[in-house]
Design a binder for this molecule. Structure first.
Ligand code: GLN
Length: 459
């Protein structure tokens, strides 16, 4: 990526990014442009360079911030009406780390409200358009971030991935997207969706850029007790990157997955074989429970995490209330999107005393099976290669009124979140119609660094 130095100023990098953001305004990528602050910060970096002072590893690099990361720059709304007007007094640890290295946020990106969705159509601010076909969805929930990178507006963008929200939009727009190991990057200062699966990650254009971002952002944080002790950069094993065993999941090779995506996977397998890697066929029958388990566990956690938005503490408050109960009721009724409400209802239902055993407890047991299935698979192979989603980007409006069709988008992404393992979405060519195809490389926990290095074998 282009970093400010003696020959290119940070101010130029930032102004170019802001100009491009405005040029692509009709894609509805940004919910906020950080013009004044970004230019001010760029000038500070340029002044340091002129004085010969040391600058960070991301000096002057313009980036886009998904709108669920807290920072005092612009309102943090998570693209939800209920958070409109909320300016955070704190800065997310990940944002602070990026900025400490000199990265400059030029804008906040559109997303499905509270990250609930796979198309960015659940945003209060309207959908983001796909970078390759304006009639199609950007994917979601981090749609704005993926398109900002795909259209070359910024060098990188942040995202969150609870069930696929980085990998799927990355694959729909033809860029790299990482969902790290659970606990790799601090979530302090990021709007919580489902605390047992939420991960922070990035969209980038190359594996080397991705590696640098991971180095900067990862690490233990006393403000997030779920972060792992620093491990990034350590080799996960002594595995030779030149002769890896790559697992392919047999059950994913079926007619419900687009033929061009399955062909792209086969082409990559041939490429890997020609480079001396071995392809191993895996049976992972427990993965068929992943989607159902995810859509019980995640709404349960969502119902809990969204209970704090009551019109008293953050953002929007309904004007039509005469007592406390109606204030809560009206604020939540008017402030949440339909998909947010659906998840709150499902979550409270699966946790209710009459249904807890039948739904939540069963889903938790299925999750354990999935964790074990991955552990077993990684005895047989080093990495697993799968599609990210069953189809390339679909048409705007095609699935937004059919929640089950939308949930099925996540059938190949959610098991990683349930198991806590890392996955890197990589561009893998295009369909005949010109839509990007994405594949994901999955590794054991803490293999993030090797995963990124290994992805170079697939170029
Ligand atoms: N599409 C998935 C969902 O709606 C994933 C969302 C996410 O990763 N934030 O739950």
């Amino acid at each position: 990526m282009k970093i400010a130095n003696k020959s290119v100023t940070a101010e130029k990098l930032v102004r170019d990014a802001l100009d491009k953001a405005k040029h692509f305004a009709d894609y509805n990528i940004f919910t906020f442009l950080n013009e004044e602050n970004a230019i001010k910060k760029a000038r500070e970096i340029d002044a340091k360079i002129a004085r010969g002072e040391k600058v960070g590893r991301l000096a002057g690099v313009p980036y886009a911030l998904k709108d669920n990361f807290l920072s005092p720059e612009g309102e943090t709304t998570a693209s939800a009406h209920i958070l409109e007007g909320f300016t955070s007094p704190i800065t997310a640890t990940s944002v602070a780390k990026l900025e400490a290295e000199g990265a400059i946020m030029i804008g906040r990106t559109n997303m499905d409200a509270f990250a609930h969705g796979s198309s960015t159509e659940n945003s209060y601010f309207g959908p983001t358009l796909n970078a390759h076909d304006r009639e199609r969805v950007a994917g979601g929930s981090s749609g704005g971030s993926a398109v900002a990178v795909a259209l070359d507006i910024v060098e990188f963008a942040t995202g969150t991935d609870t069930g696929g929200s980085i990998r799927q939009p990355a694959s729909f727009n033809g860029v790299y997207g990482i969902k790290p190991t659970y606990g790799c990057i601090s979530r302090y200062g990021v709007v919580a969706m489902a605390s047992s699966t939420d991960c922070i990650g990035f969209f980038a254009k190359t594996p080397d850029d991705m590696n640098l971002l991971m180095e900067v952002a990862s690490g233990q944080d006393p403000k997030d007790m779920t972060t792992l002790p620093d491990y990034y950069g350590e080799k996960h094993s002594d595995m030779d990157l030149k002769s890896a065993r790559i697992g392919i999941i047999k059950d994913f090779d079926n007619d419900s997955v687009d033929k061009e995506i399955r062909d792209a996977l086969k082409t990559k397998c041939e490429l890997l074989k020609s480079k001396g890697h071995e392809i191993v066929e895996l049976e992972m029958p427990a993965l068929k429970y992943a989607l159902a388990a995810y859509y019980i566990i995640v709404p349960a956690e969502v119902a809990s995490n969204l209970s704090r938005y009551d019109g008293v503490r953050y953002g929007f408050r309904s004007a039509n209330s005469d007592d406390l109960d109606s204030l809560y009721f009206n604020t939540r009724s008017e402030g949440f999107m339909p998909e947010n409400k659906r998840r709150i209802m499902i979550g409270n239902f699966v946790l209710s005393s009459g249904f807890y055993d039948a739904y939540f407890l069963k889903a938790a047991k299925a999750r354990t099976l999935i964790v074990k299935e991955y552990e077993k698979a990684f005895l047989e192979c080093d990495y697993i290669l799968t599609p990210v989603s069953p189809n390339p980007a679909f048409k705007l409006g095609e699935k937004v009124n059919d929640p089950v069709a939308m949930y099925l988008e996540d059938v190949m992404s959610v098991s990683l979140n349930l198991a806590g393992v890392p996955g890197l979405a990589i561009p893998a060519g295009k369909t005949k119609a010109g839509l990007p195809i994405g594949l994901q490389i999955v590794g054991p926990r803490r293999s993030d660094h090797n995963l990124i290095e290994f992805s170079k074998e697939l170029i």
